[in-house]
Write a protein of this length. Structure first.
Length: 529
């Protein structure tokens, strides 16, 4: 039986640097999907958070002369503040230094160790002191030597713990559950990489090399590999083993019931961390821990935001700061642009000009204009009181718009259920365009002048009503992407937020005869460049 709660998670952001636009995009995408489930009246739990351990955090902290904890805490605050500002509606917050998580990671390691899936072995090879990593032949230059970028390279023999990788199971699983990865074509990458991996996964780091991590419960001179730690967040903060290791009542009460949530219906990650972490290690870890094939989470893999076709990077200096953008253009403009301009799964190019262009054309000129003129005309011609217009409501132009609305609502629901907010928005904008089109073709300002013509007056009523009612539908459905604008639109339309399934309400609860609208306040002022 499926879990009663929709459980959505994201990758947890690495705290070695402040947040950038890719982090913001992923959280907004997942937020939109979670809000969509809530909008459909479905029980939902949304978890996101930060990845606080690991070598890069330790090194960055070292450079600044502060402790890794202080360093991670400082960046964690930046992520938290950003996500509050962006309206991210997460229910849980996964921070990997949290004791609730540490206990679960250690319990998992112990389980795998006890059943022989973790073993100790010595590895002998070349080691870069500067990069603090073992080097393979792949790192050798054309001359067969390790380049200067690796600094001092020494032969090293090190004992570590390894997690056995059950490749055969994974390959079988990937074939039997093709729907487990979205978009499905990404499965081929995982299969290819699975065929290629040799050996098992090293899941420990000796403390003399790195001590900023979670200690192995069976050997305190090691900490666990940061990916083993980080991946476990998806279950630790969902309440896995809570009755066993987080049983103190005041702790237990802070965690959800695992059985209600698991498996996640969307584990949203970027394409760079599918192989090997989420596509290979993660299912293998779950499998090793006794999870059944049907209990594997669904991976939703999004693309990358590039800048002028290039990868964002600190060294190029092209890292886009979402906080600065939100301050400059507003959260509404930023959320709309990020959701409208990227198809989930594909890459997109970030550009401030496009952000402004999208906002001005779709929100200021499109939706904003429709809302303003509808409320203004209703107020001027009808004292803001709506009437259906009797038989005029049966005219083709009115029916036509109603049909567009009907189709858009169903398309919108379908696209959101299939992780494609950009297409859901496109569907909603079919209403915006058709409604603005109706204003042009019916010319209400002309109808209003024909005061002695009862047919013209009925037509005016019917037009104003269908415009306002279409706006009600848009206001209800836009909530996942633009929660603030949705609330403001509903207030201007004088519509209260329905409980239960909003999609159903959108189609069912049309505005009443005599419905009184409120005064318009411009919602999407143009961004002037
Ligand atoms: N800490 C790991 C994830 C552990 S999950 C158990 C990590 N962190 S990260 O900060 O580097 O990346 C966090 C998320 O942001 C990843 O899903 C990554 O794909 C995403 N993005 C990072 N840069 C991005 C873009 N330029 N564009 C879109 N998303 C990108 O990996």
């Amino acid at each position: 039986m499926a879990a009663p709660t929709r459980f959505l998670t994201t990758a947890i952001d690495y705290t070695n640097a402040p947040p950038h636009i890719g982090h913001a995009y992923e959280k907004i995408l997942t937020d939109v999907l979670a809000r969509h489930h809530r909008l459909c009246g479905r029980q939902t739990y949304f978890l996101t958070g930060v990845d606080q351990h690991g070598q890069k955090v330790a090194q960055s902290a070292d450079k600044e002369g502060i402790s890794p904890r202080e360093f991670a805490d400082r960046n964690t605050e930046k992520f938290l503040a950003l996500y509050r500002k962006l309206g991210i509606s997460n229910d849980g917050w996964a921070a990997t230094t949290d004791g609730r998580h540490v206990r679960v990671v250690q319990a998992a390691l112990q389980r795998l160790f006890d059943c022989g899936q973790i073993y100790k072995a010595a590895y002998e090879g070349f080691y870069s002191v500067r990069a603090e990593q073992f080097l393979t032949d792949k790192e050798r230059g054309p001359d067969g030597e390790y380049g200067l970028e690796w600094g001092e390279v020494v032969p090293l023999r090190e004992e570590n713990y390894y997690f056995k990788l059950d490749r055969e199971w994974l390959l079988r699983f990937l074939v039997e559950f093709p729907e487990n990865i979205f978009p499905t074509y990404r499965r081929a990458d995982v299969m290819q990489a699975t065929h290629k991996i040799s050996g098992d996964l090293c899941i420990s780091r000796p403390k003399e090399r790195l001590n900023w991590g979670i200690e192995l419960p069976f050997d305190r001179s090691f900490v666990t590999y940061v990916w083993f730690d980080a991946l476990m967040n998806y279950v630790s903060f969902a309440g896995w083993l809570a009755d066993e290791v987080n049983a103190a009542p005041e702790v237990r009460a802070t965690l959800p019931n695992f059985a209600d949530l698991w498996p996640a219906c969307a584990q949203v990650i970027g394409k760079d961390i599918l192989v090997p972490a989420h596509g290979i290690y993660w299912p293998l870890m779950l499998h090793g821990l006794g999870f059944r094939d049907e209990e594997m989470p669904k991976l939703v893999v999004h693309g990358w935001w590039n800048v002028s076709g290039e990868k964002m990077s600190k060294s190029t200096g092209n890292v886009v700061d979402p906080d600065a953008l939100a301050n400059k253009y507003g959260v509404t403009a930023l959320r709309y642009y990020l959701m409208r301009d990227m198809a989930t799964g594909s890459d997109a190019d970030f550009s401030e000009e496009r952000l402004i262009g999208r906002y001005n054309s779709d929100l200021a000129n499109g939706l904003g204009n429709l809302l303003n003129r509808t409320l203004n005309m209703s107020s001027r011609y009808r004292g803001a009181r709506l009437s259906r217009g009797g038989s005029a409501a049966e005219a083709d132009e009115i029916r036509g718009l109603n049909e567009v609305v009907l189709e858009a609502v169903s398309e919108y629901g379908f696209q959101m259920d299939h992780f494609q907010p950009h297409a859901a928005l496109e569907a909603l904008w079919a209403i915006v365009n058709a409604a603005n089109g109706l204003v042009e073709t019916s010319a209400p300002f002309k109808l209003a002048k024909l005061t002695d013509d009862s047919a013209a007056q009925a037509r005016l009523d019917a037009v104003l009503y269908v415009l306002a009612d279409s706006l009600r539908v848009i206001a209800l459905l836009i909530e996942p992407v633009l929660p603030d604008a949705s609330a403001a639109m509903l207030a201007q339309l004088n519509v209260s937020v329905p409980t239960g399934n909003r999609l159903e309400s959108a189609l069912r609860d049309g505005l009443a005869e005599g419905h009184q609208l409120n005064a318009p306040t411009p919602l999407f002022p143009r961004i002037e460049v």
